[in-house]
Design a binder for this molecule. Sequence first.
Ligand SMILES: CC(C)(COP(=O)(O)OP(=O)(O)OC[C@H]1O[C@@H](n2cnc3c(N)ncnc32)[C@H](O)[C@@H]1OP(=O)(O)O)[C@@H](O)C(=O)NCCC(=O)NCCS
Length: 224
Amino acid sequence: MRHWPLTQLTLTTPDLVLRVPDDDQLDELAQVAADGVVSPGAVYFPQPWASGTPEQTAHNVLQNHWWARGDWREDNWRLLLAVLHDGQVIGQQNLSARDFRITREARTGFWLGRRFQGHGFGTQMRAAALHLAFTCLVADRVTSTSYADNIASRRICEKFDYEPNGIRRLAVGERLAEAHEAVLTAERWRAHRQLTTLILGFDECRHMFGMPLAPGPVDVVLHV
Ligand SMILES: CC(C)(COP(=O)(O)OP(=O)(O)OC[C@H]1O[C@@H](n2cnc3c(N)ncnc32)[C@H](O)[C@@H]1OP(=O)(O)O)[C@@H](O)C(=O)NCCC(=O)NCCS
């Protein structure tokens, strides 16, 4: 899409492609969510967007994407990427920030359909988001929140050498939930990064993140 250059952004890891979904992919993503994301009774998110009926869950996904696009501003953006494995949509990776030009801090979130969990995809998704944040956007810090129940998400923070950044208590419905905050600095990421990510199309959309024009073309970023 010419006038929404985020659609040209593509992040590729060894097994995955991450991109802003077109309408068919967004519909597929909604179906993946409707088929199930969270284990019954577990608290993984502050809002129970994936705990209603399949139809409610699918609508939540669609409306969240439309809202994120409609509400996009250079100083308050939410990048919601569909994650594809062998051409099939399997989940979503988020990267968001408010006043990034000043704070240099971004935040990640992610989910996979239940049948795609536990295969190492979440690790690759986080690696791709961190690469975009630290290499293309030149972030100082990236944060993550994992609820106490969510061992996989907390383990992924450990794998990337995040530091604990406090525990918040909040009510999720009628339940007390403990949110484990974690932060990764650019220095720690540089010391520990290990997965390959190829990023294409960033130059076309860098202004949408409030980034100044690049001195030269930097739309291909590759590290091993
Ligand atoms: C969180 C999520 C995206 C992680 O993706 P994933 O592909 O399942 O995770 P990975 O397979 O890449 O890695 C998970 C790590 O946690 C470990 N892990 C997972 N469950 C575990 C458990 N019950 N006990 C111990 N370790 C566990 C895995 O062994 C792996 O660590 P390793 O590579 O050292 O072996 C995915 O599980 C998911 O979508 N969960 C539901 C939604 C959600 O929780 N979203 C995040 C909200 S913060």
